[in-house]
Design a binder for this molecule. Structure first.
Ligand code: PLP
Length: 412
């Protein structure tokens, strides 16, 4: 079996409960993967489990629409600031793919602006990444997979993250640029000072008649109930969502301004933007999503609590590393966090270079695993509402013990 994430030791999960996972050998770990950010309420939340059981009593896949879609659509429309209209699909990658197609149709332009450090999914238009090999100010695009047609490179405008020179690149390409897409907080590099940059970026996009899209796949229902839009007070032309919206089942969502979303709803005789797939809007995802989003709406206090625990975990980690002069740091925005085995400020992905400390990083993951915290090596970590103060206290202890063991290994 090919794994698409690094684990310090091969592990196969048997079950999940709250903040923990249990593997097939019976070991229980505090989880930091949380289904790649999906499980904001922890594993096997009782209200989501009840919704899934209810659907299992009436059939879970029809293809034809069911009434399960409506309550989720209404909840999402109320929660997401830019959601004048919305569309369901099955994954985040589908959502960004459809959004790019619709942006081309809406603007009549073909290029898409993408920042370094991004992740917007697995389709071809997301497989050309900005690289600083030639210049940090004017990155070039490089394929991150084999099998990507050369023509894709010409359709991507690589942009440097949190760097004002991105604004000049957008201005220079405005006649060909359909949209710019950005995560409100990059899950590969969570930095809190992103707000002012996002606002300037939105203004430049407006000035250049380029659609501004927020990819809220991770930040939606995680940073705040209204996602990064609420957190930073910024409303994009449209947003792509998924993950937490589906309560743990596959889902993708595009939510946006009425005139843009009309592209998906052609008038009779118009061709329109095609979307659709076998599992779109399936009752299981809709019911699990409704239960989850309803819970978020009824318990907005989870966001302040998750953020406080994320801040506490990060502060204690960084304090310990500084006191012991270790070249490692943690960065978080709310419940999203990342551990970098390097010192010095990390502004964008171009500053991340963990190769020199790779052995230390792997040893840290292994020690933490032995001490009962599963860190996936995917460099994207999450707390959930089920990570209580006691659980985070244990994580703090395990991280400190693990760092001390890395020092004993002679790897710092
Ligand atoms: C910001 C962002 N966009 C898009 C995606 C793609 O979503 P999916 O894996 O559901 O296709 C992800 C997945 O991690 C993501 O984090």
């Amino acid at each position: 079996m090919r794994a698409n994430l690094y684990l310090p030791h091969p592990i196969y999960i048997d079950s999940g409960e709250g903040a923990t996972l249990t593997d097939i050998d019976g070991n229980t770990y505090i989880d930091t993967c949380m289904g790649f950010g999906v499980c904001v309420l922890g594993h096997r939340h009782p209200e989501i489990a009840a919704a899934i059981s209810r659907i299992s009593g009436s059939g879970w896949h029809f293809g034809i629409h069911s009434e399960e879609q409506l309550p989720l659509a209404q909840l999402l429309q109320d929660a997401i600031p830019c959601a004048e209209r919305l569309l369901f699909c099955n994954s985040g990658s589908e959502a960004t793919g459809y959004a790019m197609r619709a942006a081309r149709a809406f603007t009549g332009k073909e290029k898409i602006g993408i920042f370094d450090g991004y992740w917007h999914g697995m389709h071809d238009y997301c497989m050309v990444a900005p690289t600083a090999v030639d210049s940090r100010e004017r990155p070039s695009g490089v394929e991150i997979s084999t099998g990507i047609p050369k023509a894709i490179r010409d359709l991507i405008v690589p942009l440097p993250y949190r760097n004002p020179s991105a604004f000049d690149i957008i201005r220079a390409n405005k006649d060909e640029l359909a949209m710019v897409i950005i995560e409100p907080v990059q899950h590969s590099n969570p930095q809190r000072e992103a707000g002012a940059y996002l606002k300037s970026l939105l203004e430049v996009c407006r000035e250049c008649n380029v659609l501004f899209a927020l990819d809220e796949m991770v930040t939606g229902f995680r940073l705040a109930y209204g996602g990064g839009q609420e957190y930073f007070g910024i409303t994009p032309d449209f947003a792509t969502l998924g993950k937490a919206c589906g309560g743990g089942l596959p889902i993708g969502v595009i939510a946006g301004r009425e005139d843009f979303m009309r592209m998906f709803l052609p008038k009779p005789g118009e061709q329109g933007v095609f979307t659709g797939g076998t599992f779109t809007g399936n009752p299981l995802s809709m019911a699990a999503g409704t239960a989850a989003v309803r819970y978020y709406s009824e318990h907005p206090e989870i966001y302040a609590r998750m953020a406080a625990e994320g801040d506490r975990l990060t502060a204690s980690f960084n304090d310990f590393a500084a006191r012991h002069n270790m070249a490692v740091q943690m960065s978080n925005v709310g419940s999203m966090f990342h551990i970098y085995f390097q010192s010095g400020p990390v502004r964008s992905s171009f500053d991340i270079d963990e190769k020199p400390m790779e052995r230390a990083r792997q040893a840290f993951l292994m020690h933490a695993l032995n001490l009962g915290v599963l860190i996936s090596g995917a460099n994207r970590y999450y707390l959930s509402a089920a990570h209580s103060r006691e659980v985070v206290d244990r994580m703090i202890d395990v991280f400190q013990e693990s760092l001390a063991l890395v020092r004993e290994d002679g790897l710092f």
